[in-house]
Write a protein that binds this ligand. Structure first.
Ligand code: 13P
Length: 250
């Protein structure tokens, strides 16, 4: 019912030339993908990667967006600038932005509103830290993060967003949530959306898993009923690896 979506988050890796080359390698490997394929690249790579994407089935994503339309915000990039650069998706509220750049649930919500208003599809990241899982705060925390992020959107707008459940302890660590853990927490997120926007909306929202997702574990994760895709860090930087994740069903 929900079309899977596999997105690469290149983080602060690849210059424009390297990024374009990676996409050129990727195009033949993912051309028959049954899922939506997205690469979320550094802002400096957007132009070169867009050119490399051409008319292939790869979609362009960014890694952040500012919440104001324009003005004196040195160093920031607006939603309109992204749209006009050919961007369709934007990661918002990644845990690295929350950890290192002062991102809060409130600023995540502001960015989501700006992105949706401009016609971008936000990939909204939520997830607990290790100590929060141990203290059994995971369910209320991801519920709270999700509902705050979506505040102010209409039910129809909510149905089109993508959520990425990324347990912080599984990012870049080689540790993966078990298939069941990931499925269960994504189920909690979907239930939170159903509680506020209705089951019909919740059934349409695509919710990815992220955190050391790679060729070796993608099949098990994607076999879970609640998991609609992945947000891939390290494994998205190597064309063959990312293509194997994208082609999880082949
Ligand atoms: P890794 O796949 O490197 O663990 O990164 C996950 C992530 O943070 C994607 O946004």
């Amino acid at each position: 019912m929900r079309k899977p979506i596999i997105a690469g988050n290149w983080k602060m890796n690849k210059n424009p030339e390297e990024g374009a080359n990676l996409v050129k390698e990727l195009i033949p490997l993912v051309k028959d993908a049954a899922c939506d394929v997205v690469v979320c690249v550094p802002a400096t790579d957007l132009y070169a990667v867009k050119q490399a994407i051409g008319d292939s089935n790869i979609h362009l994503g960014a890694q952040n967006v500012h919440f104001k339309e324009s003005g004196a915000y040195t160093g920031e990039i607006s939603a309109d600038m992204l749209v006009k650069s050919g961007v369709e998706y934007v990661i918002i509220g990644h845990s690295e932005r929350r950890q290192y750049f002062g991102e809060t649930d409130t600023t995540v919500n502001q960015r989501v509103l700006a992105a949706v208003k401009a016609g971008l599809i936000p990939i909204i990241c939520v997830g607990e830290k290790k100590e929060e899982r141990i203290a059994e705060y995971t369910d209320p925390l991801v519920t709270y993060q999700t509902l705050i992020a979506l505040t102010g959107l209409t039910a129809e707008e909510v149905s089109k967003v993508v959520i990425a459940y990324e347990p912080v302890w599984a990012i870049g660590t080689g540790l993966t949530a078990t298939d069941e853990q990931a499925n269960e927490t994504i189920g909690v997120i979907r239930k939170a959306i159903a509680g506020k926007y209705g089951q019909n909306v919740a059934d349409q929202v695509r919710i990815q898993y992220g955190g050391s997702m790679k060729p070796a574990n993608v099949k098990g994760l994607m076999a879970q009923c609640e998991i609609d895709g992945g947000l891939i860090g390290g494994a998205s930087l190597v064309a063959e690896d990312f293509a194997k994740v994208v082609n999880f069903d082949k």
